[in-house]
Design a protein around this ligand. Structure first.
Ligand code: TRP
Length: 333
């Protein structure tokens, strides 16, 4: 059987953090062995709300590429590329924009949420409002069957499939419907426990964090404010140290025992935090080391994405050709 195709990616607005890791990176590393995978650094999408700060986007392209290599995406299995290196995607976007209403875009829950977070209101950049359409172009250009992303992206995938169905019903069967792949832990809360981990909230642990910052962050995590003395009974719900242990811990029996002890009283926060730190070190120290290794030769990292971009462009160009032929905008053939 032909391998199924995956297209996915991230906006380069910052380094990737543990939320990205459990939300999708971990899945992608597994899936690269069984699927044909394309992973895109979505710099065009990042610019839709960073038009005034292109340097931030530019600087983070290589950061994200290094994060990808650090977690184990392997260029011999996964084609990694930069969105802006594939102008075909923009042309697809223009065709698809005619199949989507402004009202539908305004109703898209992902866009709506982000607009609220960013305080855009009616002054939303048009490019930002329509980014799900450009994302539909990304996904369909590769005829992707699967898209491993965090759950916040599911409405974008739904909108992609609406575009696919509308396109195919008008112009003929050219595009392929797609499916989101969620991980078992789709939402990792931030250190403060207030919301999901994100760069803008300053509550994130980055894959690039060194041992010292990881330690500081773990020791600063929100626990139970009423658990003051070691002998006091403590709460496990809403306690970030335990919720991280639920996600990253490997010894479930030991963790259950610690939870019971904590609830009874007699187990101090520092002990649990040290335990979590060991768990995170075991998991992420090798990733941090690999990242430091690849960071020594940034030219090689850029060369890897350049070659990926050449390969990706060929695939997108073929789809664009199919799309142009289907619509009949192919006058000089
Ligand atoms: N929207 C994604 C994010 O927020 C990035 C992205 C752009 C993407 N195009 C995509 C993800 C296509 C999956 C498929 O990071």
């Amino acid at each position: 059987m032909e391998k199924q195709i995956i297209l996915t990616g991230d906006r380069p607005t910052g380094q990737l953090h543990l939320g990205h890791y459990v939300g999708s990176l971990e899945n992608r590393v597994k899936l690269q062995d069984t699927h044909k995978q394309f992973v895109m650094i979505a710099d065009m999408q990042a610019l839709t709300d960073n038009a005034d700060n292109p340097q931030k986007v530019r600087d983070n392209v290589i950061e994200v590429a290094m994060d990808y290599l650090a977690v184990g995406l392997d260029p011999s299995k996964t084609t990694m590329f930069i969105q802006s290196a594939i102008p075909e995607l923009n042309e697809l976007t223009m065709f698809y924009l005619n199949l989507v209403s402004v009202a539908r875009l305004q109703r898209n829950p992902t866009v709506k949420n982000e607009m609220q977070q960013k305080g855009f209101g009616a002054d939303v950049p048009a490019g930002f409002l329509m980014y799900p359409v450009s994302q539909a172009a990304d996904i369909t250009a590769f005829k992707a069957h699967l898209v491993p992303v965090g759950e916040d992206q599911l409405p974008v995938i739904e909108q992609t499939n609406e575009i696919v169905r509308k396109f195919n019903s008008i112009y003929g069967e050219v595009l392929v419907e797609t499916k989101g792949v969620l991980s078992s832990h789709t939402r990792l809360a931030g250190l403060d426990g207030k919301a999901k981990m994100s760069k803008s909230l300053g509550n994130a642990i980055y894959l690039a964090d060194d041992a010292d910052s990881l330690k500081k962050k773990v020791f600063s995590m929100f626990t139970d404010p009423e658990h003051i003395r070691v002998e006091d009974p403590g709460k496990v719900e809403g306690n970030m140290v335990f919720s991280y242990l639920d996600v990253f811990g490997t010894n479930k029996a030991e963790i259950d025992e610690m939870k019971a002890h904590y609830q009874r009283g007699g187990l101090g926060d520092m002990k649990v935090k040290r335990y979590l730190l060991d768990v995170l070190e075991a998991k992420f120290a090798p990733i941090r080391d690999k990242r430091q290794e690849v960071a020594k030769d940034k030219a090689q990292v850029m060369e890897m994405i350049r070659q990926g971009s050449i390969a990706a462009k060929q695939v997108a160009a073929q789809t664009l050709d199919d799309v142009r032929n289907a619509i009949g905008v192919n006058y000089f053939k």
